[in-house]
Write a protein of this length. Structure first.
Length: 282
């Protein structure tokens, strides 16, 4: 004998029907089928075997949902409510007397906010001074993200960074038994955040995308342990009024960028053009 299974999918917010939701059913004797909901949020599977089924509903921008149903002769209907994914955007920035790192982070925030779903997404700004505060900030993002069900869409770290000499890594103030450097080992030991499928991380500190003699890069270390594409700088980073070319800032500037530009330590005769970041994949 055979029956039919109707799946009705709605957005939990507003209880509105959702179209083009991918519905997958798995049932007895390895019976399976896939289809998409119509404009009314409905997908019906006809002439399927009687028995117990697991139903999976998937739609971009929403959390995957599952349900179960028992199909008998005739028709059975199951309702599924989907919850929108809540995206988190974050910036961790180093505190400084001129607030330059904060101003760069605020510039990024102002540019990312129009792309966010204001009723659903969150942007979190965390100012840190020491290595310990950086690690605490990372743990805060992990705990609050898990508690709130956030998927991390994008993260930015605005900080000093070193390559070679006695220090190597992201640089903050020391104290409390710590030297102030977030080293390769410490980067790798950071807990993995709940990144979205298209999530990314950007490091704004100097040379974070260059290996040189050390044989590794901070951006590469983060990409490996966080599992997301991570961009690092291919030279020394400078604060600029402009995104595409270097334009020296002063204490009154609000919209500023921290990036590597072809000038100064990156080449005294450089054009001042923005240098391409190095992207490391997981």
């Amino acid at each position: 004998m055979a029956g039919s299974l109707g799946v009705v999918v709605r957005n939990r917010t507003g209880n509105t029907p959702l179209e083009n939701v991918k519905i997958t059913i798995n049932g007895p004797q390895k019976c399976s089928d896939t289809g998409n909901t119509n404009a009314q949020g409905i997908k019906t599977f006809e002439n399927i075997l009687e028995g117990d089924y697991t139903i999976t509903a998937e739609l971009g921008g929403f959390f995957i949902a599952k349900a179960t149903a028992t199909v008998t002769t005739g028709s059975v209907s199951v309702n599924i409510l989907l919850d929108k994914v809540k995206y988190l955007y974050f910036a961790i920035y180093y505190t400084a007397a001129d607030n330059a790192f904060k101003r760069a982070a605020d510039t990024w925030k102002a540019e990312i906010q129009p792309k966010m779903d204001k009723g659903n997404d969150t942007v979190q700004m965390i100012e840190v001074k020491s290595e310990g505060e950086f690690k605490t900030a990372w743990e805060t993002l992990l705990k609050e993200g898990n508690k709130s069900g956030w998927k991390v869409a994008e993260g930015r770290i605005f900080s000093h960074a070193s390559k070679g000499d006695k220090q190597d890594g992201l640089e903050f103030m020391g104290g409390g038994g710590e030297d102030g450097t977030v080293s390769q080992k410490e980067m790798i030991s950071l807990a993995k955040l709940n990144w979205s499928a298209t999530g990314r991380l950007v490091l704004h500190g100097c040379n974070t995308g260059l290996s040189g003699g050390r044989g590794w890069t901070p951006a590469g270390a983060f990409a490996k342990t966080q599992g997301v594409p991570t961009t690092g700088q291919t030279g020394y980073a400078y604060f600029s009024r402009q995104w595409t070319t270097y334009d020296e800032i002063d204490a009154t500037c609000t919209g500023i960028y921290l990036w590597a530009y072809s000038r100064g330590k990156n080449g005294a005769l450089g054009s001042g053009a923005r240098m391409e970041g190095a992207v490391f994949k997981p």
